[in-house]
Write a protein of this length. Structure first.
Length: 415
């Protein structure tokens, strides 16, 4: 009997030990599985973050490339894939947006050409997708200004995005110092970069003589390659100045000619106190000298450019509008800037009208001078000087101020 109990107690002990071993083994297996699962989750989480960082880094690289090469680079072929540390990225799509909605600090039109890029980042088993909208901004309130022009050149930076482009620079400068002294005028211009020949002067005109008078000068440069350039201009004496400009691109874009009337008030100031000022230009189809030396400074053009230089009294002295021809076709502001002391300002406006729709030719009056009208804001005086230039074969999506840049506008991860 006692022997039987001993056997039973021994069997129970063995069974208990076996059960304990099973429980311990099961617990160890559970703990190992949990550890493996946690490690796997950690690896996946780390790879997911690496994939997202790779996609974001690819977006930064694409933005840097577009800022340098321009909106024409909005293609997958121009935005190649890359490897960044433990991650990689690729551009899955790149689409041009012809009319992206933007804020006023991008441009005054509230729409801009842009580029929508989708990128995929990957790391190990993880992949993340990022979308990026990049707006092509050209704020109207931009340019350069200061005091100088003789001891130091007036310089404007240019970054064309097509191999063929035409640049218009418009500067405004004080003819006299506040203390008086002799009048000054513009002296010379040159380019630093790959330009064809030297810069062409479109106009060099003064509103009048005296302390309140201003000089205005428009020059045209032609680029032949994509890259960074500089236009340099000199005055005969150091003065307060402000310079603005615009760039126009297209297949075969060509400068036709320019017009400014230095013998009357039509293009160099006006009398009276009306806020609506009217000037006149000669019929650009038959009159004036073109860039090739023939008659007709604007014949066959699709783009009319207006460069305006004026005396100012306050920072809010600007033009409100410019219209041209009997139909008062409105021009569009591309770039304006005030001098640091707000004693003058310069602006560039333009209008595009396709040749198939009559072109700029259709805006001129036959046989008589053609009217243009400007409306002013603030207390702008009657001291102003202005000129016109004409181009043909302009791509209407390209005109912009010289101060332009690519700006990320929307950046998100689709779900």
């Amino acid at each position: 009997m006692n022997q039987t109990r001993r056997y039973q107690r021994g069997a129970f002990a063995i069974t208990a030990i076996m059960l304990l071993l099973v429980i311990v083994a099961t617990s160890m297996r559970f703990l190992l599985s949990a550890a493996e699962s946690s490690n796997y989750a950690s690896v996946v989480y780390r790879q997911t973050l690496q994939a997202l960082m790779a996609a974001d880094s690819g977006a930064e690289i694409a933005l840097a490339k577009l800022r340098k090469a321009g909106p024409l680079s909005c293609t997958t072929a121009q935005l190649p894939a890359g490897v960044l540390g433990l991650g990689a990225y690729s551009v899955t799509s790149a689409v041009t947006l012809p009319a992206m909605a933007v804020a006023a600090n991008c441009n005054s039109l509230l729409v801009s050409r842009g580029c929508r890029i989708q990128l995929q980042g990957s790391s190990g088993m993880a992949a993340r997708t990022v979308n990026l909208d990049i707006a092509y901004c050209s704020p109207s309130d931009a340019g350069v200004g200061g005091f100088g022009g003789a001891s130091s050149p007036i310089t404007q930076k240019i970054t064309p995005y097509q191999t063929n482009s035409v640049v218009l620079s418009n500067i405004s400068f004080r003819r006299k110092l506040d203390s008086g002294g002799p009048n000054t005028s513009s002296s010379s211009c040159s380019q630093s970069g790959i330009f064809t020949g030297t810069c062409t002067q479109g106009w060099d005109i003064q509103s009048s003589s005296g302390l309140n008078s201003v000089g205005g000068r428009g020059i045209v440069g032609i680029t032949t390659a994509v890259g960074d350039y500089t236009i340099n201009q000199l005055l005969l004496a150091d003065r307060n100045y402000v310079a603005v400009g615009a760039i126009f691109e297209g297949s075969g874009v060509t400068y036709l000619g320019a017009y400014a009337d230095d013998s009357s008030a039509s293009n160099k100031g006006t009398t009276g106190t009306s806020n609506i000022v009217q000037g006149q230009v000669a019929d650009g189809r038959v009159s004036g000298t073109s860039a090739t030396g023939t008659a007709g400074w604007c014949k066959g053009a699709d783009t009319l450019i207006f460069g305006f230089s004026a005396k100012a009294a306050n920072a809010d002295d600007t033009l409100n509008s410019v219209t041209f021809g009997a139909v008062n076709l409105p021009l569009m502001l591309l770039e304006r800037n005030h001098s640091p002391t707000n004693d003058m300002y310069a602006e560039v406006w333009y209008v595009y009208k396709a040749v198939a729709a009559g072109g700029i030719d259709s805006l001129f009056a036959g046989g008589v001078p053609t009217d243009f009208r400007i409306s002013k804001n603030g207390s702008t005086t009657n001291q102003w000087a202005a000129g016109f230039a004409c181009l043909k074969n302009v791509d209407p999506s390209t005109p912009r101020g010289l101060v332009s840049f690519m700006q990320p506008y929307n950046w998100w991860e689709p779900y």
